[in-house]
Ligand binder design. Structure first.
Ligand SMILES: Nc1ncnc2c1ncn2[C@@H]1O[C@H](COP(=O)(O)OP(=O)(O)OP(=O)(O)O)[C@@H](O)[C@H]1O
Length: 719
């Protein structure tokens, strides 16, 4: 208990001492005026400096090093009278009603305003105790902000136009309440028609100017944002498509699409809308406060005292509201996810008769969203109530004191009306200013995420330049060691070496999950091996031009992926200037021509999203045609037989074997299909376990032999 009492005592002593010293100096300044000691401004600023020094001195002596908030208060408290007096003199060429200072009411008013300013600063700008982190964050935000601005370069003319109209709109809007008050004064005193008409004319002109300028500002800025967002989206999409496959495996699809859709939009907003609102509100607030000070400085200080309360309320509300909004978005995403799952897996749901269970699950998740939403709306309702109450209390004060000032002849009725009009806007403006800081930081954060992807250099480079006129298709894997980026602890290929001679057919076989498809992925340069190299015609794969390589090495995967569009577009996918005859030829080799011709629109038939309007075997044959139309030197078939029947498979095999000099790499589970291969390689545990022709391997009675036996007994192979 004792230390607390001692601290409180020290604080009371410090407060009393500080108030006494300050009042003494404040009155002393009035004395110097009275006795015309020093010039007016010298006295003001000297007094301000002395008061600042004295108050800081008292704090140091009694409380130790003062906190940032106290320093801000002391600074505002000491300087405010001098700043205000100098400002009034500069703008209106007269002394304010507080010009003589030395009046305890003035002292109280300035103290209140200083406290308001210090608290406002405290609320809107992060505390200096978090300096290091805060400064770094601010620095980062500033750099990001400037990058966003620089990307706006092509839209600078639009932005400049927007800013000009913004300033015009603010100036015009600011004068409307002023002329409203003037009209009331003219009507209330000796009516002068000319004055009345000119006031009306100005009011009309300012209103018109304000509306036109606001419209032009909005239009220009929206145009700039829209063109900016499009540009960034394309840029980001371009950067994303350059990334290596491992990137897409480690980052969730939802995150990527959210950056592409949400964050790019937020980025545009950062500079344009927020800067627009910030600038407009800031200019308006400054202009309003200066006009309000002109109307009645006492009332102005009075209403400014509401600022810290408004700021505090807004800050508390923003924190809670944002937290609940995020929680609501998460729970909504969960509810949507369960709905999506059911829609895409409706066959499973139907066959397991789990409709009711799924409805309950969806309903439960929606209830969670509903509860959070209700809490969020309650927070909003309480905030609005508190805001209205403080606003109302302040209006009552303004009316009460306004009436007093009118009685004393310190202001007119028109002045009071103008003042009230300004005041009603001021609260909103200050709230906007406090909110916009947080929002700006959020949006800049979104820009940071977008830049992170824009700046990311793909781990698998595509800078190779080699494009030889002749390619033989000689492939060798030499001592490869490889782990997937998504699972770096598991070595998938270990000291893996293979050679595939030009024009030969090689088959990779082996149990599931042993690394066969991984070989194909490495050959396609989806990943880079950690050790070892893959050579194509004795040159490292990475030295080949990206486009050239993917034209010369074509892959048909287990799961054929088609894109929405026509069959023709899917076959010629990525090839420019491909004739219909070439497409038909490839389709014939893939045994797809006949079924395509039976479709009503033939090659112009739409395949639907992901090729959903075609059977799996048809999709697979189109995928084979897509690979063949490129006339690849190396063709890779990764378990394509799983979706083909024996008849189709035989026909495709026949046409593929008729292509001369093509190197063929086949991964197969149906061992019957690869008996004719020049070389069969058994892959197990990421290593080459056996290699040879079918006959050689059968005679060895090793893994290949066992594999055939197993598959035969499991009935997987129609041998
Ligand atoms: N993208 C990936 N990220 C992490 N691990 C992977 C990835 N793809 C495959 N793996 C793992 O690498 C190992 C080899 O997989 P791979 O697909 O090469 O086997 P496979 O022999 O082709 O099997 P299957 O015959 O069933 O296609 C497996 O253990 C698998 O789990």
């Amino acid at each position: 208990m004792a230390p607390v009492t001692a601290t409180t005592m020290r604080q009371v002593v410090a407060f009393t001492l500080a108030v006494s010293v300050d009042l003494l100096l404040f009155y002393a300044s009035g004395f110097t005026v009275f006795h015309s000691v020093f010039g007016h401004f010298t006295r003001l600023w000297l007094c301000a400096a002395l008061r600042w020094l004295a108050l800081i001195g008292v704090c140091l002596l009694t409380l130790g090093v003062p906190k940032a908030l106290l320093i801000r208060f002391i600074t505002a408290h000491s300087l405010l009278p001098a700043v205000f007096e100098t400002g009034t003199n500069a703008f209106y060429r007269e002394e304010s009603q507080c010009g003589q200072l030395g009046d305890v009411r003035c002292w109280l008013l300035f103290s209140g305003a200083s406290l308001a300013a210090a608290l406002f600063w405290e609320i809107t700008i992060p505390d200096t105790d978090e300096e290091a982190e805060g400064k770094e964050q601010k620095q980062k935000s500033r750099v990001l902000f400037m990058r966003v601005v620089r990307l706006f370069r092509p839209d600078y003319p639009l932005l400049f136009g927007g800013l000009v109209f913004l300033s015009l709109a603010v100036i015009c809007e600011m004068f409307i309440p002023f002329y409203t008050g003037r009209v009331i004064d003219i009507l209330g005193s000796n009516y002068q028609e000319n004055d009345f008409l000119s006031a009306l004319l100005f009011m009309g002109l300012y209103s018109l100017g304000g509306s036109v300028s606001a419209g032009c500002r909005g239009g220009l800025l929206i145009c700039a944002i829209s063109s900016y967002t499009c540009r960034i989206k394309v840029k980001l999409f371009g950067a994303l498509t350059q990334q290596e496959i491992g990137f897409f495996e480690t980052i969730k699809t939802g995150e990527i699409t959210s950056r592409l859709s949400k964050d790019t939009n937020l980025m545009g907003r950062t500079v344009c809308l927020n800067a627009n609102v910030l600038l407009r509100t800031f200019l308006k607030t400054l202009g309003m406060i200066s006009l309000m000070l002109n109307l009645s400085w006492k009332l102005t200080f009075l209403v400014l005292m509401e600022t810290p309360i408004t700021g505090l309320l807004q800050n508390m509300y923003d924190t809670h509201y944002q937290r609940l909004t995020l929680a609501m978005q998460d729970s909504m995403a969960l509810a949507n996810e369960s709905a999506n799952e059911v829609v895409s897996g409706i066959r499973v749901v139907r066959s397991f008769n789990t409709e009711k269970h799924e409805i309950c699950r969806y309903g439960d998740r929606l209830m969670v969203t509903h509860t959070i939403k209700t809490r969020r709306d309650t927070v909003r309702a309480v905030y609005l109530l508190a805001r209205r109450l403080t606003g109302l209390a302040m209006q009552v004060f303004v009316l009460y004191y306004g009436r007093l000032f009118i009685q004393k002849g310190q202001m007119t009725t028109g002045n009071l009306v103008s003042f009230i009009l300004y005041h009603s806007d001021l609260g909103d403006n200050i709230r906007t200013l406090t909110f916009i800081f947080g929002d700006m930081l959020n949006s800049v954060g979104a820009a940071g995420k977008v830049f992170e992807y824009l700046d990311r250099k793909a781990l698998v480079s595509t800078d190779g330049k080699l494009q030889p006129d002749q390619l033989r298709g000689h492939i060798s894997f030499s001592s490869l060691n490889f782990t997937y980026p998504a699972n770096p602890n598991k070595t998938v290929l270990q000291d893996f070496s293979l050679e595939l001679k030009p024009g030969q057919m090689m088959a990779l076989v082996g149990p599931s999950g042993e690394g066969k498809s991984t070989c194909v992925s490495l050959l396609e340069r989806f990943y880079e091996p950690q050790e070892g190299e893959i050579l194509l015609d004795e040159e490292p794969l990475k030295s080949y031009d990206h486009q050239f390589l993917h034209k010369k090495i074509s892959v048909v995967n287990q799961e054929p992926v088609l894109f929405s569009g026509t069959i023709r577009q899917n076959i010629e996918y990525g090839l420019k200037g491909c004739s219909l005859d070439e497409i038909k030829d490839a389709a014939m080799k893939a045994n797809a021509h006949n079924f395509i011709m039976q479709l009503e629109k033939g090659y112009d038939t739409e395949v639907g999203e992901g090729g959903g309007q075609l059977a799996k075997s048809e999709r697979q044959r189109i995928a084979i045609a897509r690979a063949l139309v490129r006339r690849p030197q190396v063709l890779i078939l990764d378990e394509i037989t799983s979706s083909l029947d024996t008849e189709n498979e035989n026909k495709i095999q026949q046409s593929l074997s008729s292509i001369p000099n093509q190197t063929l790499l086949v991964i197969a589970h149906r061992l019957k299909t690869i008996e004719n291969a020049d070389q069969i390689v058994v892959v197990s545990g990421g290593k080459v376990k056996e290699r040879g022709t079918h006959r050689e391997l059968m005679d060895m009675k090793g893994s290949y032999y066992k594999l055939r036996e197993e598959l035969f007994t499991e009935g997987n192979s129609p041998q």
